[in-house]
Design a protein around this ligand. Structure first.
Ligand SMILES: Cc1cc2nc3c(=O)[nH]c(=O)nc-3n(C[C@H](O)[C@H](O)[C@H](O)COP(=O)(O)O)c2cc1C
Length: 201
């Protein structure tokens, strides 16, 4: 079968892309509004795109009614966000934090997710996250240029918090201990526990 993307509706294009480009890591993004409200939401259109400078990319869609998501509004206003990786143990909490709440309501409070302050930025981070990246917003790029329906947030990593329990004796991250959640299509997820090794030629 072949799919002509120019003939697909945006919803169908999303479904085919999201169910084939898998598994996707999930950025669990915390931020703070100018009014001081702590925000938390997951995004699976997410990747590491550069190591020099260390940079992560998150794509935040515009809502169907044209309004901007809180994560984007806060990133635009403050230039700061924290990106946690999501372990299986926190999958349910991550999912709960995707609820659409009024701008002045915090997902941390609504979902009873514990937080502590970041060190380099004025943003709370999730207690128990395996890895949290404290980031400065390097650039926000509306996409596509003609009629943007999303914003690409380029987030430069300033500081990482890594759970010591996830380290090997050599001081590296142990993928089995990390046990991250990956997004598949629809409501399906996977765990990163089926690990094998290959040596490069
Ligand atoms: C696993 C998962 C992945 C998601 N990925 C994205 C994404 O890549 N881009 C996006 O705009 N929304 C994504 N969402 C939806 C947002 O989390 C949702 O719109 C949320 O309400 C945004 O919150 P905010 O307004 O506090 O920023 C995802 C939701 C889930 C559960």
């Amino acid at each position: 079968m072949q799919l002509d993307f120019s003939a697909l509706s945006p919803l169908d294009a999303y479904r085919w892309l999201a169910s084939s480009v898998t598994p996707r890591p999930i950025a669990w993004v915390s931020s703070r509004s100018p009014e001081g409200v702590a925000n938390l939401a997951p995004f699976s259109f997410f990747q590491v795109i550069s190591d020099n400078p260390p940079t992560l990319l998150v794509n935040v869609n515009t809502r169907d009614d044209g309004s901007l998501k809180d994560t984007l509004r806060n990133a635009q206003a403050s230039g700061e966000l924290a990106i946690q990786l999501v372990s299986f143990a926190q999958a349910e909490a991550m999912n709960a934090s995707a609820a659409v709440l009024p701008h002045e309501v915090s997902e941390f409070e609504h979902c009873a997710i514990a937080s502590v302050p970041c060190e380099r930025i004025d943003v709370p981070r999730v207690v128990g996250a395996p890895v949290t990246f404290e980031c400065r917003v390097a650039q926000i790029q509306p996409y596509p240029a003609q009629q943007p329906n999303s914003h690409l947030i380029f987030a430069e990593v300033l500081l990482a918090h890594i759970d010591d329990a996830l380290l090997t004796e050599q001081g590296r991250l142990d993928p089995l201990q990390l046990d991250l959640v990956g997004r598949l299509g629809g409501s399906a997820y996977c765990r990163t526990r089926d690990v094998f090794n290959m040596q490069r030629p």
